[in-house]
Design a protein around this ligand. Structure first.
Ligand SMILES: C[S@@+](CC[C@H](N)C(=O)[O-])C[C@H]1O[C@@H](n2cnc3c(N)ncnc32)[C@H](O)[C@@H]1O
Length: 446
């Protein structure tokens, strides 16, 4: 994490900048807003959930998890709103009293803790539904399965701790990195802070603890969480909870971790957010599986077919290994017949790699930015609206359309870039500059 510098983006969420790579992880205009605009809106999950209640998502390059977070945020908001409605129908079952459940936390044993959790009045009230409630709840149940892949373990572990600042005044946001401050000073949307439910970070933390078990809090994570450089970017409540949890139950095994996690959240903070987290976990099946591995190796071994794949690697010129013809072939193998891949790049080399792998692709138009900000790829033309213009398709046959290659999925980024450079030098294709200059006609005509 030494090379990673945090800063507040324009929607109050924390963005990261990598000093060594001189590259940003998140857009300065708003890290969470970017996830919403580029991944969540174009995916059109509402349409998916109209027909399905089970979803498999692959979050490639999870980083600090904004794409997963915004997905869960939308899902939970909808779910909790519906729950609110149900609770108002059956007011006898509404949980209002903060003091209903009280045990002496200092003297409690784990098993007793879990038993009392499941026998307590709050749980009974939540799960003893009236008939009306039962019917509605049945309809609402969803199953969410997320595989989150990244090579950077520390970033992944840190993901639930980054806060969203309520105060997004410009003088507080400046990062000290010239390149970023230049953009932060621009009067460019958004001007409102992103409304991220605290339940989302609670859920994420619960799955991280389940995944990493006793290895979750190691020296490195403790060091990062206590590093002054990060303190203003960290949600102190989440950090306090972690301390509480691990001091008490560091020797837990995974199944019980969830129960005691929930118990502790409830007991420590007794707030609606934590009750909501309980409700969501108990009424629905959600799982997040964290994979700390090179995405190429992970996908080579996997036979799972995902409904949605988020591809959020660094740009093709910095991290070509995740934009090659050969990697995109793996994505084809791991996408369901009706599935969608979402990504942010407009690179001709990448568009070409998708098309050469028999994908249909659609450019994503962002109304606020008034430009195309990425693409959706699918195996079937009916899933997307193939909308590359004649001009853009022609560009793919110039030098800029030359794909990145990594046949055995083992080359490093430098090698892939060097190989492409050689291919460019030896190619007889027209340069893109010449093509652009000579192109006659409407650039947007399909
Ligand atoms: C642009 S950032 C992703 C930001 C992220 N989606 C978020 O919400 O924070 C790119 C991420 O790709 C990860 N990465 C780089 N090479 C990778 C590889 N070969 N396999 C998996 N992840 C990789 C980096 O560790 C980094 O976290």
């Amino acid at each position: 994490m030494d090379n990673v510098v945090p800063f507040f983006t324009k929607d109050g969420s924390v963005g990261l900048y990598n000093k060594k790579e001189d590259d940003i992880y998140h857009s300065v205009y708003g890290a969470l807003t970017e996830a919403y605009d580029k991944f969540i809106i174009p995916a059109n999950f509402d349409a998916f959930f109209d027909e399905n209640n089970e979803i498999k998502i692959l979050d490639l390059c999870y980083g600090i998890g904004y794409n997963t977070k915004v997905f869960l945020n939308n899902l939970l908001k909808k779910y909790l709103n519906e729950e609110k409605h149900i609770n108002s129908i059956d007011s006898d079952n509404v949980i209002a009293n903060k003091n209903i459940y009280s045990i002496d936390n200092d003297n409690i044993l784990l098993d007793k803790c879990i038993n009392s959790l499941y026998n307590n009045k709050i749980f009974k009230k939540y799960f003893r539904k009236s008939n009306i409630k039962n019917n509605l709840i049945k309809k609402q149940k969803f199953k969410v399965y997320i595989d989150a892949v990244d090579t950077n373990k520390n970033l992944v572990k840190m993901s639930p701790f980054f806060k969203v600042a309520g105060d997004i005044k410009i003088n507080k946001r400046l990062s000290g990195i010239d390149k970023i401050d230049k953009y932060l000073k621009d009067d460019f949307y958004p001007s409102e802070h992103f409304d991220l439910l605290s339940e989302v970070n609670m859920l994420i933390l619960s799955f991280l603890i389940n995944n990493f078990a006793s290895e979750y809090v190691d020296d490195e994570l403790s060091e990062i969480l206590n590093d002054k450089k990060y303190s203003k970017f960290i949600d102190s409540k989440m950090k306090a909870f972690l301390g509480f949890y691990f001091r008490k139950h560091s020797n837990l095994y995974s199944n019980k971790i969830k129960c005691s996690f929930l118990h502790n959240i409830y007991y420590s903070y007794i707030s609606n957010s934590y009750k909501n987290t309980l409700k969501v976990l108990e009424n629905n099946e959600i799982s997040i599986n964290y994979i700390i591995e090179d995405a190429r190796q992970f996908l080579s071994k996997s036979n799972l077919e995902y409904d949605f794949i988020f591809l959020d690697a660094f740009s093709p010129s910095k991290c070509p290994s995740l934009w090659t013809y050969d990697f995109i072939k793996l994505l084809y193998k791991n996408l369901s017949e009706n599935g969608k891949i979402l990504t942010y790049t407009n690179s001709s080399a990448v568009r070409n790699a998708f098309l050469k792998n028999n994908f249909f692709i659609e450019k994503i138009y962002n109304k606020s930015e008034e430009r195309y900000t990425g693409l959706i790829a699918a195996k079937q033309s009916k899933i997307v609206n193939p909308n590359l213009s004649k001009y853009e398709l022609g560009l793919l046959d110039t030098k800029s359309g030359i794909m990145y290659r990594d046949e055995n999925l083992l080359l490093n980024n430098k090698e892939i870039l060097e190989n492409r450079k050689k291919e460019l030098l030896n190619s007889n294709l027209m340069s893109s500059t010449k093509y652009i200059k000579n192109f006659k006609g409407d650039k947007n005509e399909i």
